[in-house]
Design a protein around this ligand. Structure first.
Ligand code: FES
Ligand code: MG
Length: 577
């Protein structure tokens, strides 16, 4: 271990070392908490930022896991302090958890900056908690290690394996078609989430923890360990031990999140069949670290990276538990080793090549060889055209190939309630060629870009046996969703993006191989419509929602707040008193 820091140069020593009245107060209050001076003075003080709450079903094991982390910190000679951070659960937060990702990022940054912390362990995993914690900690700049919550066990009902989200949507469509009884529905409800941990499909949670892992922010391979596995406890204490060393080494996040590390993470995301949400979060995280990742970079990597994780929803057969038994993320990275920069060093301080040296695939149906991919290209593709000049995102592997080139008339809804009211109308004027469109659901319009993008198939079509159709919105969709859904249309309609000009009956054309999405409406007509357009009323007129709507950036920029982005204003620096 190279030692950069000494007890005297620890950040926390600014609080605890000086012989002055203010530091007397800090030390006195530590004694009020029951600690002797030798417990904390001259030791790395490790903040354990815990996103637990009783309404975060994915983080139910965190009260126990934090004890494992503390055990590790103490064993390595550090001083652990648990601090609660906004839980941002995906299961209950309305209107959308995305409204609060930046709140967690701000809280994380400010909590670190304002307290005597030398390093932090970030405990997260449920979708937005990973990017929220990482974005804030990167800006705060102290050494950090991310502890992923780990996926839950496979779902089960009557001998059938159930996957988070995906099977909920699937059986709901069957129930709407009258094919699922009340009793079966209750059984599915109880069987689909049967342990602590995050969604066990390759949804947003598993995508984002894999990205954090591939970027070097977790102990190597940590993201694949199921929450309920005893290995997860051991990983917790290992995080505690390692963060203390990282403080002495002064291994700050900026040394880890380099352009090469971000590229590795993007390639791994593509190979895993990542959630479309990865685009927004990965761009936001990278930009915080000063890496200007763009949609075009992601599209370029998507075109050449085969999808090799056979994990639902992009894969057909398996779930995260199977992925772990098959060797987990390190085994997947081993398969694509030549495409990665294995000289990068993550939280271990050692090159990635060392972690991959012993990685192995134990089941090549789950983690495929490059010669036998689940899909020949990566998970995501970027579209551009007169409907989305700043881009839109689609998940080609998750939609019926017959929609890859598609032309049809638009059926446009201005709000989710309007769409919901119409969608179950048996007489709705739709065919399988219709292109369903929802707008005013973007970063400012939602606000918060809710996961409404997998627009429901109209009942009139379900009854006729259809299960997919082309859908377009400026919303996001859940990482566990599937279908021919074009998402993240930018600029969004709420700020006057061209999606605002589309009318029901206009012909829309998507050409996925050529990455284009257009409305076949001439420019003169669009100019007339643009002149007649006026912005809708702001949903939130006060409070956080108001502040969010004022400052959130568009999807192609990562939906950070403009004033939180790197380079905005003078850096806050350390507290100066
Ligand atoms: Fe928490 Fe899916 S609801 S990860
Ligand atoms: Mg989700």
């Amino acid at each position: 271990m190279t030692t950069e820091k000494t007890p005297d140069t620890l950040r926390s020593s600014r609080w605890f070392a000086p012989d002055d009245l203010r530091s007397f107060g800090h030390r006195s209050r530590m004694m009020q908490l029951g600690y002797a001076e030798e417990d904390f003075r001259g030791k790395p003080v490790i903040g354990i930022l815990n996103t637990w709450s009783e309404l975060n079903s994915c983080h139910g094991h965190f009260p126990e896991r934090v004890q494992d982390v503390k055990r590790g910190v103490l064993a390595a000679g550090g001083f652990p302090v648990e601090m609660p951070a906004l839980s941002v659960d995906e299961s209950f937060t309305k209107p959308t958890s995305m409204l609060y990702r930046n709140m967690l990022a701000m809280e994380t940054e400010e909590m670190i900056r304002s307290h005597p912390l030398d390093g932090v362990v970030l405990m997260g995993g449920c979708d937005k908690t990973t990017p929220g914690l990482v974005m804030g900690a990167v800006t705060a700049g102290v050494p950090m290690i991310f502890l992923p919550a780990g996926p839950m066990l496979r779902g089960h009902y009557k001998g059938r394996i159930l996957g988070s989200g995906s099977d909920g949507w699937k059986y709901w469509d069957e129930r709407r078609a009258g094919n699922v009884s009340d009793e079966e529905w209750l059984g599915i409800q109880g069987g689909i989430a049967r342990s602590v941990g995050t969604c066990m499909t390759m949804g947003t949670a598993s995508t984002m923890t894999a990205i954090a892992d591939a970027m070097g922010l977790t102990l190597p391979g940590a993201s694949s360990i199921p929450a309920a596995d005893s290995g997860h406890k051991r990983m917790g204490s290992a995080c505690g031990r390692r963060i203390v060393e990282m403080v002495w080494e002064d291994l700050t996040p900026e040394k880890i999140i380099t352009a090469a590390a971000v590229r590795n993470a993007a390639i791994v995301a593509m190979a895993t069949g990542c959630s479309t949400n990865a685009v927004v979060h990965l761009i936001a995280m990278a930009r915080r670290a000063g890496v200007a990742l763009t949609l075009d970079d992601l599209d370029t990597l998507g075109r050449v990276t085969p999808l090799i994780a056979n994990v639902r929803p992009s894969g057909k057969d398996y779930l995260m538990e199977d992925f772990y038994y098959a060797g987990g993320l390190l085994a997947l990275m081993k398969q694509i080793e030549e495409r990665l920069d294995t000289s990068v060093t993550g939280v271990t301080g050692k090159p990635l090549s060392e972690a991959l040296a012993t990685a192995e695939v134990y089941n090549d149906d789950v983690i495929r060889a490059l010669s036998n991919p689940v899909y020949h290209q990566g998970s995501l593709a970027l579209l551009r055209g007169n409907l989305c000049p700043d881009g839109a995102v689609i998940k080609p592997a998750a939609c019926d190939p017959k929609f890859h080139v598609h032309e049809g008339p638009a059926l446009v809804f201005d709000s989710y309630p309007e769409m919901k009211a119409a969608i179950d109308d048996e007489d709705l004027d739709v065919t399988s060629d219709t292109v369903l469109v929802l707008r005013n659901a973007g970063p400012k319009g939602g606000p918060g870009m809710p996961e409404w993008g997998m627009l429901p198939i109209p009942k009139a079509l379900i009854r006729r046996g259809y299960r997919d159709m082309l859908r377009i919105s400026d919303a996001r969709m859940s990482g566990t969703s599937y279908g021919a859904c074009v998402l993240h249309v930018a600029p969004e309609s709420f700020v006057g993006g061209p999606l605002a000009l589309l009318k029901t009956g206009d012909i829309v054309r998507m050409d996925l191989p050529n990455r284009s999405l257009n409305m076949l409406v001439d420019e003169a007509e669009l100019a007339r419509r643009r002149a007649a357009w006026s912005p809708p009323e702001q949903r939130f007129q006060r409070g956080w929602g108001y502040m969010f709507s004022q400052h959130v950036t568009q999807a192609d920029k990562g939906c950070d707040f403009d004033y939180l982005e790197r380079g905005f204003g003078k850096a806050a620096g350390e507290p100066d008193i």
